[in-house]
Design a binder for this molecule. Structure first.
Ligand SMILES: *Cc1c(COP(=O)(O)O)cnc(C)c1O
Length: 349
């Protein structure tokens, strides 16, 4: 079989949730962000494992994702929707019991008109200028909104992956000012904010990427393992080139393995000639370009070429691979294609 195997370790996922949960004080709830199909790993197994680990609040980007999640988790857990209440969403929000995080006066109006008695939260912009109500806007409507008892007030940090960024304390202080004295649960921290420390936790933290093994949660257990079969191995003479565009040329006699995955599977083309695969613990440089379905790796130094090489796993996580592709671990995860043989281990999923 040429199909590569993507193994997703649900015990590691659950352990990462528990480890992030332990960073906050007893009274703080640790939610889980499972948008974009659980960061590409499969929302069903991911959400079930996280619920099994103890998560009781979940965050998604779209109402459609919330509907899927409600079917998976049943009536108990809270499901918050970052994009808020968009036109056409009322049926999904009511039907699946979702809590839209309202982002603007327009969304507030839409929600109160369509579903006047349905729970909602409010997203506030404390400086990122992406989603949420700005301080002046919020000040104008806060009394009216608070009269309708929102479930949650949240904001989002722009630079939480950089603990030294002055944006962090600045946004925290803006968020505090915007929510001062309001008796409503508050949330500011995603993975980065959870790691910044308790001053950023408020009532609910909502990590995503750290659960799936990514930075800035450096102590995360790797969740994804990607093992790619070797289709053939060839000897390459000095001066001969490998792959499209002949971007790699052997300087000495070399052995090159051709592997069965490529950019159609989310192995980003920019990592050609930059990333590594592993044979056990031995690194094997990716040589030449990444093709749609194929990769080529230098295996000259191996005594024996194994049946498959590993791109992601204990030797090399999503952030190392992201570095070779000039991107972030989030993009490596969400790019992972659906052509893999997906194998879930551990957990309840
Ligand atoms: C995606 C997202 C999160 C989770 O962020 P991570 O960095 O993956 O932990 C939290 N809050 C908002 C508003 C988001 O968009």
């Amino acid at each position: 079989m040429a199909r590569a195997t993507l193994t997703i370790d649900l015990d590691a996922l659950a352990a990462n949730w528990r480890a992030l949960d332990r960073l906050s004080a007893q009274g703080v709830q640790t939610a889980a962000t499972v948008k974009a199909d659980g960061y590409g790993l499969g929302i069903a197994p991911a959400a079930r494992s996280l619920a099994g680990a103890g998560a009781r609040q979940f965050f998604v980007a779209l109402a459609e994702e919330g509907v899927t999640l409600r079917e998976l988790l049943g009536p108990g857990p809270d499901i918050f929707v970052y994009s808020g209440h968009m036109a056409g969403d009322a049926g999904m929000i009511a039907g699946a019991g979702l809590v839209p995080m309202l982002n603007s006066v327009e969304q507030l109006t839409r929600h109160f008109e369509a579903l006047p008695d349905h729970p909602f939260g409010v997203q506030l912009d404390s400086g990122m200028n992406r989603l949420g109500m700005e301080p002046a806007e919020w000040a104008a409507v806060a009394d009216l909104v608070l009269g309708r008892a929102p479930e949650l007030l949240q904001s989002h940090l722009a630079c939480a992956d950089d603990p030294d960024s002055p944006m962090n304390p600045q946004q925290r202080s803006t968020f505090k000012q915007m929510t001062e004295g309001m008796k409503v649960p508050r949330s500011l921290a995603a993975t980065g904010g959870t790691i910044l420390g308790r001053g950023y936790h408020f009532d609910i933290t909502r990590p995503g990427v750290g659960l799936y093994g990514g930075a800035p949660f450096e102590r995360a257990r790797p969740v994804v393992h990607l093992s790619i079969p070797v289709i053939q191995v060839r000897d390459v003479e000095p001066g001969e080139s490998v792959g499209y565009g002949c971007t790699w040329t052997a300087r000495a006699p070399a052995r090159v393995a051709t592997l069965a995955a490529g950019y159609a599977d989310g192995i980003i083309r920019a990592m050609g000639n930059r990333a590594q695969l592993h044979a056990g613990e031995i690194p094997c440089p990716l040589v030449g370009r990444v093709s749609m379905d194929l990769l080529t790796a230098d295996v000259s130094h191996l005594d024996e070429v194994p049946d498959s090489l590993e791109l992601l796993g204990d030797n090399q996580g999503i952030d190392a691979v992201a570095g070779a592709a000039g991107t972030i671990g989030y993009e490596i995860l969400t790019a992972l294609g659906d052509r893999y043989n997906r194998h879930y281990v551990g957990g309840a999923g």
